[in-house]
Design a protein around this ligand. Structure first.
Ligand code: HEC
Length: 156
């Protein structure tokens, strides 16, 4: 499984050439965020079928560590990811209010289908529904920034 992360990481580095656009202005960013929340990101009312338990969170953390870490870091807050800030739009810390305001169903949708045209890839087919719903629980219980160290793919 670790190789997935590496492949995605590489793809991301290669894609950097195409990510040079200037960051959008503040008004533009607000409009984009509002549009994403109300129009684009679907599946608002679907409930997470998995219980919010330590076991589920641990499974989510495990799945996250295989694949999402390449851009989000082990802690979901970009610790140790060399290019998170250089992507356009930047990779947000998943603890940010704009991310946490999504319902569980919306987070599932984001992970299934990605956010186009940003660098956030869809995971449907690579991760199964159980893994993705577990990740949604993990995103609700992220550890303090930096507490898990840096992804091994960048330190080895
Ligand atoms: C190749 C890099 C990359 C990988 C791998 C990646 N993401 Fe992302 N992610 C991004 C970027 C870039 C954004 C910012 C997208 C935006 O704001 O439009 C993002 C945004 C998000 C958001 C917030 C979406 C929003 O609309 O604000 C969530 C939640 C998220 N990612 C979860 C995950 C999960 C869970 C995984 C693993 C299954 C994952 N990401 C894998 C790059 C990545």
């Amino acid at each position: 499984m670790r190789s997935y992360g590496t492949i995605v990481g590489l793809g991301c580095l290669l894609a950097l050439g195409g990510c040079k656009a200037d960051p959008p202005g503040t008004l533009e960013s607000h409009l984009i965020i509002a549009a994403k929340h109300y129009v684009f990101i679907r599946n608002k009312s679907e409930k997470n079928p998995l219980p919010d338990t330590q076991a589920t969170i641990a499974n989510g953390k495990e799945a996250f560590a295989h694949y999402c870490v390449a851009c989000h870091g082990l802690d979901g807050q970009n610790t140790g990811t060399p290019f998170a800030e250089r992507m356009s739009p930047q990779v947000p810390p998943l603890t940010s209010p704009d991310v946490q305001r999504y319902t569980d169903g919306q987070l599932k949708w984001v992970i299934d289908y990605g956010v186009k045209p940003s660098g956030m890839p869809g995971s449907k087919g690579m991760l199964n529904d159980k893994e993705i719903w577990s990740i949604v629980h993990y995103i609700r219980h992220l550890p303090p920034a930096g507490s898990l160290g840096e992804p091994a793919m960048y330190t080895h």
